[in-house]
Design a protein around this ligand. Structure first.
Ligand code: SR1
Ligand code: MG
Length: 421
């Protein structure tokens, strides 16, 4: 199949085209009995659930264009190659955190992988008011392990440089992030849209020079600081959960970038879930406790990240940075601790910057979040989105002055009471 010219799969052709692949067949059984459904509801790809007599498999295939927009926006198939390479590295760096890969076909841009069941997309759970045991711990550790272990803190440097070169080839998906996340929200870009009624707050933000400078500082960091292998699109739609298990999916935007990018994007999507809650409440106040739970999870993600990063710093710092030969081996363990604290403070500042910018682009840009989109009433949605936008501004512009997660939590609680429209 790999030697054939690329052809998009369909439910009708899938069994004929993949039925002879032993690593898929062994999970499904006889291809004559496969049932295939296309379930992709993301912005970019085809996703099929294949049910067979022995089990189920996910088959994901990149399309040569952006699904959300259509063939007027071509996008290279090579993103499947980056997703596959990121998945196998994430599995090595944080075992069990991502679906198991069964088969990869580069020419057809196909990844066949573990069907996660009964998992559902975390964003949906957060809209429905569901809770997940261990959510913050798993996500915080996932960030710390994948980000630490993909960096010069841990990897042999020749390997890190080879990986940085490989993933920096994900040019077109980085280009999407560079435009859609860091620039488009701050002017009237063609693909932007926002809720009617939000105009006064949108004007305030687009007239805010400090904010635009902050967004471009963050873009600089994203484009230039190749610190580690990022997931690259770590939002609550890239996480699948049961009541007790959490898995991360969809790393096709993987690239080398700053550690704070993944963490900041993740926290932003939790803050969106937080601010959107009144729009999902059956009666006023019905989601108050749940909102507090989301804020606790948000704070605990950072705490789990910080604790695991610290553990890895002390036990796995075998790369070229802050070598033990300079510190611990000289009786200067205190220096390694000082460096860790300073490094984490820099990651924290980046995290806040990326968090604020991500909060803006999901309301002002092309790709919105269902957290707000699922609120039917325009006026309610605009009221709640205005809070998220203002919070995003405070985080992005105030990132040098906000020094603790407790401050972020207090700020969120205050902003949640404000009316900006
Ligand atoms: C054109 S792609 C829009 C967004 O969808 C993906 O999930 C990424 O978040 C991207 O920015
Ligand atoms: Mg995705």
């Amino acid at each position: 199949m790999s030697n054939q010219e690329y052809e998009a799969l369909s439910p009708e052709t899938l069994a004929g085209r993949l039925g002879s692949v032993e690593s898929i067949r062994s999970h499904l059984g006889d291809p004559a009995q496969w049932q295939v459904r296309e379930v992709g509801d993301g912005n970019l790809n085809l996703v099929f659930i294949v049910d067979g007599p022995k089990g189920s498999v996910i088959v994901k295939q990149a399309l040569p264009y952006v699904r959300l927009v259509g063939d007027s926006w071509p996008l290279p198939l090579k993103r499947a190659f980056f997703e596959y390479n990121a998945l196998i590295r994430q599995e090595a760096r944080d075992p069990g955190s991502v679906p198991q890969v069964y088969h990869f076909d580069e020419a057809q841009a196909i990844i066949a992988m573990e069907f996660l069941s009964p998992h559902v997309i975390l964003r949906k759970v957060l809209i429905d008011g569901g809770r997940v045991e261990g959510l913050a711990d798993t996500l915080g550790k996932f960030c710390a392990r994948t980000l630490f272990r993909g960096s010069d803190l841990a990897m042999p440097t020749a390997q890190r440089k080879a990986d940085a070169a490989l993933f920096l080839g994900n040019v077109e998906l980085c280009d999407i992030t560079e435009n859609l996340v860091f620039s488009d929200p701050y002017f009237e870009a063609e693909l932007n849209r926002h809720t009617p009624g939000l105009d006064p707050v949108v004007k305030i933000l687009r007239d805010d020079i400090d904010l635009k400078v902050a967004a471009q500082h963050m873009k600089w960091a994203f484009a230039s600081n190749a610190e580690t292998m990022l997931h690259g699109d770590l939002h609550t739609g890239s996480v699948m959960v049961t009541d007790t298990e959490t898995k991360v999916i969809d790393p096709e935007f993987a690239t080398y970038g700053p550690i704070g990018f993944d963490v900041g994007m993740l926290l932003a999507n939790f803050l969106h879930a937080y601010f959107a809650q009144p729009g999902h409440a059956a009666t006023e106040g019905a989601r108050d406790d749940y909102q507090s739970w989301i804020l606790t999870v948000t704070a605990d993600i950072w705490a789990a990240f910080e604790a695991e990063f610290t553990r890895l710093w002390r036990s796995e710092r075998h790369g070229i940075l802050y070598q033990a030969s300079l510190f611990e081996d000289q009786g200067h363990a205190r220096g390694a601790e000082q460096a860790r604290i300073e490094r984490l403070a820099a990651i924290w500042r980046d995290t806040l910057g990326f968090c604020g910018i991500e909060m803006h682009r999901r309301i002002l840009g092309l790709a919105h979040n269902a957290d707000f989109e699922s609120i039917a009433d325009d006026a309610t949605r605009a009221r709640l989105e205005a809070r998220a936008l203002m919070m995003g501004r405070m985080l992005a512009v105030g990132r040098e002055k906000i020094t603790s997660m407790a401050q972020v939590v207090d700020l969120a609680r205050q902003v949640n009471k404000e009316e900006y429209l």
